[in-house]
Design a binder for this molecule. Structure first.
Ligand code: PXP
Length: 246
């Protein structure tokens, strides 16, 4: 099947700027300032995950991001009534529903969209009715894509964690799963995003998958910012994505 190449957006996840701030409990470094720096350096959107335990981004950060940003905000959220109320109050451009476990260090796997059909359908319906673009963070798996389609979410974000963590032929295999899932998503009429764990050495192969239209990247960029500054890290990531797409 031939697919026309679409532009690829970069969503910069600023959660870990807040992680560093929270280590001392003050106001520095400010994730809103980081979001504005990322925007100036070429980000197409800003992503923030308001966790149930507020370990990084806070409620006040979300309110300030909404006020300060000219770029679209993608709010990552668990499918809970508390998060739904916050999303409906702030009306970000997009909401990405993610699984959340208190004890995990980061979002360890995709949603079980198949097992949570009726629960997730309610969230997709209520968020969508408020004009918020809904995506589901899932593993690159046909059953999960089918469930996302049934749920009625217009967007899926494929979890790239297994691909990034693998090496050698195992990484090639994971890349194949991502490419097949991205192609299937397009065939299902779903907009396809990807993210988790991506860095300079892993982004190119994912960026080259033609039906993926957005990558969300955070931890690596904030880590790299220590060495080069955030603007340079974002600029280099953008460049790596554009190179892979061209
Ligand atoms: N996409 C989703 C849905 C996520 O939950 C995360 C992590 O918060 C990311 C992308 C970004 O992952 P990373 O911080 O590893 O780049």
């Amino acid at each position: 099947m031939s697919v026309s190449i679409r532009p690829l957006r970069l969503g910069v996840n600023i959660d870990h700027v807040a992680t560093i701030r929270n280590a001392r409990g003050g106001t520095h470094p400010d994730p809103v300032r980081a979001a504005l720096a990322a925007a100036a350096a070429g980000a197409d959107g800003i992503t923030a995950h308001l966790r149930e335990d507020r370990r990084h981004i806070s409620d006040d950060d979300i309110a300030r991001l909404i006020r300060a940003l000219k770029l679209p905000l993608n709010l990552e959220m668990a499918a809970t009534d508390e998060m739904l109320a916050i999303a409906l109050k702030h009306k970000p451009h997009a909401a990405c529903i993610v699984p959340e476990k208190r004890a995990e260090r980061t979002t360890e796997g995709g949603l079980d969209a198949r097992g949570g059909l009726s629960h997730l359908s309610r969230f997709a319906r209520d968020l969508g009715a408020a004009g918020i673009r809904v995506s589901l963070f899932i593993e690159p798996d046909t059953a999960q894509l089918e469930a996302a389609r049934t749920i009625g979410a217009p967007v899926v974000e494929l979890h790239t964690g297994a691909y990034c963590a693998a090496e050698g032929t195992a990484r090639e295999r994971e890349l194949g799963r991502l490419a097949a899932a991205a192609e299937r998503a397009a065939a299902f009429g779903l907009e396809c995003h990807a993210g988790h764990g991506l860095g300079f050495d892993t982004v190119g192969a994912v960026a080259a998958i033609p039906t993926i239209v957005e990558l969300n990247i955070g931890h690596f960029l904030v880590g790299e910012a220590i060495f080069t500054g955030l603007a340079e890290a974002v600029r280099r990531m953008r460049e790596a994505m554009d190179r892979a797409r061209s």
